[in-house]
Design a protein around this ligand. Structure first.
Ligand code: ATP
Ligand code: MG
Ligand code: FE
Length: 352
């Protein structure tokens, strides 16, 4: 089975071809990603109108490139998947409409994938991780702890009540005068800094529900910075190091609570999986490794190219659905909001 996947929910225009071999093992035949970071950098964040226009201009080309790199023709594709949300609606519509058109002209199935499901099923694309597992999805737009029990069977154990983790990194970077996107900059500064110089809060620490709150931590960084203006280079590094250390503690604490909740609804997880752009942060990864060792589970961190937004994870989620007999009709709508636990789909009945 071979699926073409399209991703346009945020600031990447991406297309990929993923197939399974005779034993059902996944193979990524191509994965083409065009990042719009440069187009948005001047504004310090993603501008929806600019994103939508860039998707329109790039999507056909990215699909053609994905087919070409994979060495296949349109007629060799068994299904067309697109991320149908959640995301910036202008962009989502472009990817979904493209997949609908391809489905219409080829007569092959359309699969409308929840973007978060793409992230949730990624560990099965790289290592065939078995269900159930705990996913920490941490990106610029999302922070969620999800029990993944099967295709279409997700239980959200925690989410952020304000900023996403990546968003907090980006905002802290901005207030300290570091360029966008800020996450990697903050990590680089943190390496040079003293994590114990500033005493920052660990919001939600010890709370029994695995939710996150990051805006208070971000505000605390601002207040500490204001006390010592003007900032010297070493102040910036120390603020970054102290902020990152607080995030590492918060992530470990919240994930520990989610692991406890997981056991009540799904038993022992086969793995703890971390995905999303924030998974690039080595300090956070090390914190999660310590937690995983303590809890007796394996930590799986997909390669970075599959942690951030791309077409391969959408193609793979589409393939997992299609091989269970799940597909969508051409009337399916793009959805700006679409919680993952609402993606429950029992049409196929079984768990893969
Ligand atoms: P979505 O939320 O829809 O998945 P996104 O584009 O916001 O999309 P990603 O592309 O997965 O998310 O990740 C980008 C985010 O990850 C940014 O907020 C960025 O600052 C953050 N990030 C990237 N590298 C690091 C790092 N080394 N440390 C901390 N945060 C990082
Ligand atoms: Mg992105
Ligand atoms: Fe994403």
């Amino acid at each position: 089975m071979r699926v073409l996947g399209i991703e346009t929910t945020c600031d990447e225009t991406a297309a990929a071809v993923v197939e399974t071999d005779g034993a059902g093992r996944p193979i990524i035949r191509s994965s083409e990603v065009l990042s719009q970071i440069a187009a948005h950098a001047a504004y310090g964040g993603v501008v929806p109108e600019i994103a939508a226009r860039a998707h329109v201009e790039a999507v056909d080309h990215m699909v053609a490139r994905a087919l070409e790199r994979a060495g296949v023709e349109l007629s060799d594709i068994d299904g067309f998947a697109a991320a149908a949300g959640p995301g910036l609606i202008g962009g989502v519509m472009i990817g979904l409409t493209t997949a609908k058109a391809l489905s219409l002209v080829t007569g092959k199935p359309l699969i409308a994938v929840n973007h978060l499901e793409g992230h949730a099923l990624t560990p099965r694309l790289i290592e065939q991780v078995q269900f159930p597992y705990l996913l920490l999805l941490a990106s610029g737009g999302h922070t969620q702890l999800i029990a993944v029990r099967g295709v279409g069977d997700y239980v959200r154990l925690g989410t952020t009540i304000d900023d996403a983790i990546g968003e907090a990194f980006d905002k802290v970077a901005k207030m300290l005068g570091l360029p966008y996107p800020g996450g990697p900059q903050v990590e680089r500064e943190a390496k040079k800094g003293n994590p114990e110089r500033f005493h920052l809060p660990r919001p939600m620490q010890g709370r029994p529900v695995a939710d996150f709150s990051l805006s208070g931590l971000k505000t605390a960084v601002r207040q500490e910075a204001q006390k010592i203006l003007p900032l010297r280079a070493s102040d910036v590094s120390d603020l970054c190091a102290s902020f990152q250390a607080a995030v590492v503690d918060v992530v470990a604490d919240r994930t520990r609570v989610a692991l406890r909740g997981f056991r009540d609804i799904a038993g022992h997880p086969t793995a703890l999986v971390v995905a999303g752009g924030v998974a690039a942060n080595m300090a956070i990864r090390r914190g999660l490794e310590r937690l995983a060792a303590e809890a007796g589970v394996r930590l799986v961190a997909p390669p970075l190219a599959l942690c951030t937004d791309n077409g391969a994870i959408i193609a793979w989620a589409g393939l997992e659905r299609l091989r269970m007999g799940i597909q969508d009709d051409l009337t399916v709508a793009a959805r700006p909001r679409w919680p993952l636990d609402a993606s429950k789909d029992t049409r196929a009945g079984a768990k893969a």
